[in-house]
Design a binder for this molecule. Structure first.
Ligand SMILES: [Zn+2]
Ligand SMILES: [Zn+2]
Ligand SMILES: [Zn+2]
Ligand SMILES: [Zn+2]
Length: 308
């Protein structure tokens, strides 16, 4: 078959694909191209139903994310994002042909011309962005879902605070308390066992917001330590409006920490590794525990308040 013949065939093929995914009946005429029809809806005029065809075209068929340049295509025109391209061993995931190294400049140009609403519109974000700024914005959008703050297991649940509260209560059986002062006891029968990092999470409800109190055992270098710290279930700018103190005492000794809760946008591990909390060396913890040093018994008192 001549090169010209193949080219025609490809055009016919892609028109059929458009017609397939088009909600309205399409004649296949270039003037009714979904690109044109889609544009007004995609400008995100509030209340206007948006046409998802262009959006669908820009979705990578493998990872379902919106594609950013370089957008690749196989010789048959199937598109693919660059991170998926690196993973498919030069084989088109749609038609199994050799992928080669073909850019889909037309689609990149189409993407550039679009204004799209933030993908977290359903959570309340009202912003509309040029295509590539949208992707940047979504990484920092304050309406983006939070990760589950539970530290013990790899939990992939994400959502808004309300959903996460239900999830923590029902799925992780986390203790919930009301009030901005607390008294907590941590007891462990074999304090020499720090290796299997023990951790605990308690949720406090105060000022109409939720705070996570983490307690855990781990090593800093070779030194076994216990650490308690607070995370705020919300964004960083709000977290900064609060202050908290933690106090551990016993056998005539007392250690006080005052800090600012960290947002749960910062992972549990990140906060722990930055040592932004009350850190108790094991020997000191055993002094606080009293007795024969065979049992860890820590009394942690805390308070959360709002700075004016
Ligand atoms: Zn992809
Ligand atoms: Zn293909
Ligand atoms: Zn947003
Ligand atoms: Zn979880």
């Amino acid at each position: 078959m001549s090169l010209g013949g193949r080219f025609c065939e490809d055009v016919a093929e892609s028109r059929m694909a458009f017609a397939d995914s088009d909600v309205a009946t399409s004649t296949g005429d270039v003037r009714t191209s979904p690109f044109r029809k889609a544009a007004p809806g995609l400008l995100g005029i509030p209340g206007m139903p948006s046409n998802h065809n262009v959006h669908d075209l820009l979705e990578c068929p493998v990872c379902m994310n919106l594609m950013c340049p370089p957008i690749h295509q196989c010789p048959n025109g199937h598109t693919l994002c660059s991170s998926c391209k690196a993973r498919v061993h030069n084989c088109c995931p749609t038609c199994r042909n050799e992928l080669g190294n073909i850019r889909c400049l037309a689609l990149e140009k189409v993407a550039e011309s679009l204004d799209l609403p933030c993908r977290y519109q359903i959570y309340g974000c009202q912003d509309i962005f040029p295509y590539y700024s949208k992707l940047k914005h979504e990484k920092i959008c304050k309406y983006r879902p939070y990760n589950c703050p539970y530290a013990g297991a790899d939990c992939s649940v994400t959502g808004d605070i309300q959903l996460l509260m239900m999830h923590l209560k029902n799925d992780h059986k986390v203790d919930m308390h009301d009030g901005c002062t607390f008294n907590h006891r941590y007891v462990k029968s074999n304090p020499q066992e720090v290796d299997n990092a023990t951790w605990m999470l308690t949720i406090f409800n105060c000022f109409g917001r939720q705070f996570c109190l983490h307690f855990e055992a781990f090593h800093i270098g070779t030194a076994p330590v216990y650490m308690a710290f607070l995370r705020f279930m919300g964004d960083d700018d709000e977290a900064k409006q609060f202050t908290y103190s933690l106090e551990v005492s016993g056998s005539g000794r007392k250690l006080i920490w005052q800090g600012i809760p960290r947002s749960i946008r910062d992972s549990h591990r990140k906060v722990r590794d930055s040592q932004d909390g009350l850190i108790i060396q094991r020997n000191l913890a055993l002094f606080f525990s009293g007795g024969n040093r065979q049992e860890l018994k820590l009394k942690v008192a805390g308070r959360i308040w709002k700075e004016h």
